[in-house]
Ligand binder design. Structure first.
Ligand SMILES: [Fe+2]
Ligand SMILES: [Fe+2]
Length: 241
């Protein structure tokens, strides 16, 4: 169960009566750490399900009612590899959001991150389904990207809410551009894959708008460039591996 771990914890009046104030503080601190542990366990469980591919979409895969197109072997291989890159990106998104949510003490921000992560979970399931339909496989490097992204998300979260949101907004903006690149490259006949990618792109734009509305700061150009360079390494490696 998800709980607001950062809120002060008080013993109910009947329990606290007659307990010395030092002991009450000690019990409150213990309860607070238990709630933090509860959050950490919830995130660990989510992480395991992400890396092991045990995710289920709440929304059905967009375009699942469209007939499978007759693609050439090369078009199928390329589409499967592009969807493997997107699946890997969604693993990273889950890890980034989990890291950011773990680091943030702001309950509103955590709720926004969890809502976005829920939609990313749909993306994760959709990309996995489409990869299977195209006869491809997910990236062997997923656990590695997951751990790295979790650490980056946690570090971003420690810079405070406005920068945390700025990082989220910039991530979503770069993903939106990246997905446009896939739409430009995918075969016009592969409407099934294109519909999934276009739906993901719409969601990512929505996540960026949410971050902006919550007060995201604009990241320095050098940080944006660093993020783009890191994303390039991930997308290139996961295309092949
Ligand atoms: Fe996504
Ligand atoms: Fe997103």
């Amino acid at each position: 169960m998800e709980t607001g771990a950062s809120a002060p914890v008080f013993l109910p009046a009947p329990l606290s009566r007659g307990v010395p104030s030092g002991a009450r503080r000690g019990v409150s601190a213990t309860l607070a750490s238990m709630l933090n542990l509860d959050r950490a366990i919830t995130q660990f469980d989510k992480g395991l399900r992400t890396v092991l591919g045990v995710t289920q979409a709440v929304r059905p895969m967009p375009g699942s009612d469209i007939e499978e197109p007759d693609l050439s072997p090369e078009e199928r291989r390329d589409a499967a590899a592009l969807m493997r890159v997107n699946h890997c990106g969604e693993i990273c998104a889950q890890a980034l959001y989990q890291g950011q949510a773990l680091a943030s003490g702001n309950a509103d921000l955590r709720r926004a991150l969890e809502h976005a992560a829920r939609e990313e979970e749909d993306h994760l399931a959709w990309t996995e389904q489409r990869i299977a339909e195209l006869g491809g496989r997910t990236s062997l490097l997923n656990p590695l990207w997951y751990v790295g992204s979790l650490a980056i998300g946690f570090a971003a979260g420690k810079f405070g809410d406005a920068w945390n949101l700025g990082f989220l907004k910039e991530t979503e903006r770069q993903v939106e551009l990246h997905l446009q690149g896939h739409l430009d490259r995918l075969s016009e006949r592969d409407v099934r894959t294109r519909t999934v990618v276009a739906a993901m792109q719409r969601d990512e734009a929505g996540h960026a708008r949410t971050a902006e509305a919550l007060g995201a700061k604009e990241l320095p150009q050098a940080v944006k460039a660093g993020m783009a360079a890191a994303a390039k390494v991930m997308t290139t490696a996961s295309y092949w591996l």
